[in-house]
Write a protein that binds this ligand. Sequence first.
Ligand code: AMP
Length: 472
Amino acid sequence: MSFPELGLSEDVLRAVAEAGYETPTPIQKQAIPQVLMGRDVLGCAQTGTGKTAGFTLPMIDILSQGHAKARMPRSLILEPTRELAAQVADAFEIYGKHSKLTTALLIGGVSFAEQFQKLDRGADVLIATPGRLLDHCERGKVLMNDVGFLVIDEADRMLDMGFIPDVERIVGMITRKHQTLFFSATMPPEIRRLADRFLKEPKEISVSPPATVAETVEQAMAVIPPRDKRAALRAFLRTQVVKNALLFCNRKRDVGVLHRSLERHGYNAGALHGDLEQWQRMETLDKFKAGDIRLLVCSDVAARGLDIPAVSHVFNFDVPTHAEDYVHRIGRTGRAGRKGHALTLATPEDGKYIASIERLIGYKIPRVDIEDVAGAELGEETRKGRGGGRRKSGERAPAKRNGRKEESRKMDGRKQEGVKKDGPKEERRPKAGGGKKESRRKRDRIGDAPDHGDTPFGKTDQVPAFLKRTSG
Ligand code: AMP
């Protein structure tokens, strides 16, 4: 089926052709005709499948008749993160270039005044994160009475981030009969129940089984003691061709730690996490896309759904504690048919998380050794075992080396020397009132408090001890 057969208008088809798309993706083939017919849609699809165009293209046609009144948007798209919301706004600009739709983007970190202005002029399409939208509603700046079209995107992510009560409040404010599209990468029972409440006789579309890893991504995993992770990363960067990379940490504080460490070692690196101002996040992303930043250290919340076509490598500097995140993270490389590489740096304590990732993807991630870095074995850690497991700086990880070859032990010996040489530089913590004030100030600015979605899965007292440490 070709784009002209989907029932889209000439204006939209022209924009699609100018975007360089030749054939619709599976989700577009299935969703667009249904949306144009006015049906509710329940889509099980991840980012990277073309789902954004799957809903924006028909929306542009549906909304082409009529105009929005001041403060009364005619359609609403809810996104879990600012970056995703901004990407959807960009999509409207690209696909709607021959249409006269007005859009407004309501996200945190951007001035209210500018957003008020856009709302006052009337927005046909309102794209928002739930929290910022509720702020505007409470100030009486947005009225939901005219919303006839609702998109809830990345519903499973909304659930992870604790946004569902906000989403329910917002949907409760929509008084008009409306068409609803509901997308989620996975369909756990809670999401399905929510979909049942929000949708009327929806057309169900599932384009790729949840948690499929693109075949274009070559995966590998190295198991190493926690204190050697940064050295291992640098060894990899020294010995392999890495054009550019996203490096994922589980907590935003560790994003800062790794970022500073890479810069200290002379790497061109940037950082992306939820505590940065919106303009800083956008600026950093633009620099990464332009090649001005080569290594971008980021947290899941900041990087979810980022669409950057040519990322050569993804590093899981920390093993994600939520198996789904592994798939999302490594899906940032190997896009659009390109070859991508994903390297996970696991520690012996990550056994249980690796097991759940491998259960989800259905196979074992190939193990590799990193040159000059001693390997370790994954352990079957329990919370109890891990509780007392915080090792002093300088202490080695427990030797769980059954089956490791003598050769590895020799490497271990070599590595000890290497660690000594490198170690003090990285492991030393700033003394109170000491000479590392600046780095401490920076760390404090980044803050310990996780923002929505940056918390490792499991939350607060469930957070395994090894994730609470202050440096990798
Ligand atoms: P999404 O899943 O919406 O994040 O889209 C992923 C990427 O696919 C984006 O870079 C889109 O520009 C691109 N894309 C969307 N639809 C098509 C299409 N029909 N042909 C080629 N690329 C597409």
